[in-house]
Design a protein around this ligand. Structure first.
Ligand code: PLP
Length: 468
């Protein structure tokens, strides 16, 4: 469907004049000094722009287009729902078929002791809901001081007020008066970067748990309400946890009666090869945040899955105080729910979990065999269809590049020249990959070869300008 006959240059001009882009240098964009691709169409794992330039989308949008582009079942479900009933709210017990069936599908997909789902529109708003529920829960239980939230340095949980505060990356705090004082940050579970000389992964995990416990004791356990973490650190660098990490952390949380929020916005719905990252690492969350893979981004929808421990207290709260005062107009939006329901159906029918378990290890093996040992590659890591390559000036001694060299950004640009989109992650010089889960082995080979060439090109350019 053509929105207009305007050419690329005219769209770009309007874009510079009217659009406020997230995470963008605003002044340079207005002056036309940033790359300003106008995307026009997509199919499978490929996306192309208005100039007809086609790229393999190695980051699946923003790790969200899990079922790939052009998924007919999801598009048809949206269209049918739009004709039948585009929107009906779900306030005050009113409901729709779509939201009811979706909630059942999500609770069953997670399994274990999950009870209800509250739907929102973004990962940020779902995390905001979860924090409000932690506060409400402790108020109902008569523990009004138990409100602080502990997250990790380099964790990512959104960019709102509380969610941006929980995010442990300075870029999302600077000049916004964040983080809020209710949030504390603990050790990043990145063994390659944080381990002490001779420390094993298991010993490092024990140290992370000990540092968390020391923080809880310093703050006072009676003031700490919840710990939030991504099963696999995402925007902070795509880092699978060190061995034993979540079991150690869970034990500390249990000891001090602190709720666990698993932020599964990236890891949920099969990205790691398990239904959820929590299942893979033995986490026992009380609240689970979902978004992205819930609808494969065909429409925006997120959710807070509420476990038994919290749910029973929320019900007690209503008995005591009446209806819960929380809701967005678009909670459980009918069209978005229909899209998510179709997405989960496709995920099950195409046996995507099996597929991820097959191609994920292949991918990591290929990445390691082509990139490990390169003079500027520090670490190649990943799990399922989620991986990263971190660059170092001196990989053996783990010495990073000077940030001003923008090595990650340059490698991503070189890779784009080779026809593949990856993301220069906002922390350190790391290329992140999270293509649609439907990716085939031949397409993985294309990404790996293109990446190896891009890394070489970047290295030679750095050598050429004397930056090494
Ligand atoms: N949580 C995690 C783990 C994320 O990766 C993201 C976004 O990338 C969010 C929360 C925020 O989601 P949104 O951008 O939809 O608000």
């Amino acid at each position: 469907m053509a929105l207009s006959n305007l050419g690329t240059a005219q769209i770009q001009e309007k874009d510079r004049n009217y659009v406020f882009h997230p995470s963008t240098h605003l002044a340079k964009h207005s002056r036309g000094e940033t790359p300003n691709r106008v995307m026009a169409g997509a199919e499978g794992v490929y996306i192309w722009d208005t100039e007809g330039r086609k790229s393999l989308d190695g980051f699946g949008g923003l790790y969200c287009v899990n079922m790939g582009y052009g998924c007919k079942e999801i598009a048809d479900a949206i269209s049918e729902q739009a004709h039948e009933l585009p929107f009906s709210h779900v306030y005050a017990s009113q409901s729709t078929k779509a939201v009811t069936l979706l909630a059942e599908a999500v609770v069953e997909y997670f399994g274990e002791n999950m009870r209800r789902v509250y739907f929102g529109l973004s990962g940020s708003d779902a995390n905001e809901t979860n924090i409000k529920l932690v506060w409400y829960y402790n108020n109902i239980l008569g523990r009004p001081a138990k409100k602080k939230i502990i997250s990790r340095q380099r964790g990512y949980h959104g960019s709102g007020l509380i969610t941006g505060s929980m995010t442990g990356l300075a870029f999302f705090h600077n000049h916004f008066d964040l983080p809020l004082d209710i949030v504390r940050h603990t050790t990043t579970p990145h063994w390659y970067r944080q381990a002490q000389e001779g420390e094993t992964e298991e010993a490092f995990s024990r140290r992370c748990a000990a540092e968390l416990e020391a923080l809880i004791l310093a703050e006072g356990p009676e003031t700490v309400g919840a710990f939030i973490g991504e099963p696999v650190l995402g925007t902070g660098g795509i880092v699978p946890p060190p061995k034993g990490y979540w079991v150690e952390i869970q034990a500390v949380l249990d000891k001090y009666d602190i709720l666990l929020i698993a932020d599964e916005v990236v890891t949920g719905f099969g990205r790691t090869g398990e239904k959820f990252g929590s299942h893979l690492y033995g986490m026992r969350p009380d609240l689970v945040t979902i978004a992205k893979g819930l609808s494969s981004a065909y429409l925006p929808i997120s959710g807070s899955i509420i476990g038994e421990r919290v749910w029973s207290v929320l019900e007690q709260g209503s008995e005591k105080f009446g209806p819960l005062g929380h809701g967005w107009t678009y909670s459980g939006h009918t069209l978005c729910a229909a899209a998510a329901l179709a997405n989960i159906k496709v995920l099950r029918e195409r046996n995507i979990l099996e597929h991820v378990r097959d191609v994920g290890p292949y991918w990591l093996e290929q990445m390691k065999s082509k990139l490990e040992g390169h003079p500027m590659v520090g670490e190649v890591r990943g799990i399922g269809i989620l991986s990263a390559v971190e660059f170092m000036r001196d990989p053996a001694k783990r010495v990073p590049f000077d940030v001003s060299l923008q090595v990650g950004v340059r490698a991503a640009a070189a890779l784009l020249e080779n026809g593949v989109i990856a993301r220069a992650m906002p922390h350190a010089d790391t290329l992140g990959f999270a293509p649609p889960l439907i990716i085939k082995k031949e397409e993985i080979d294309i990404i790996v070869d293109a990446t190896a060439r891009a890394v070489d090109t970047t290295f030679k350019a750095l050598q050429g300008e004397g930056s090494l």
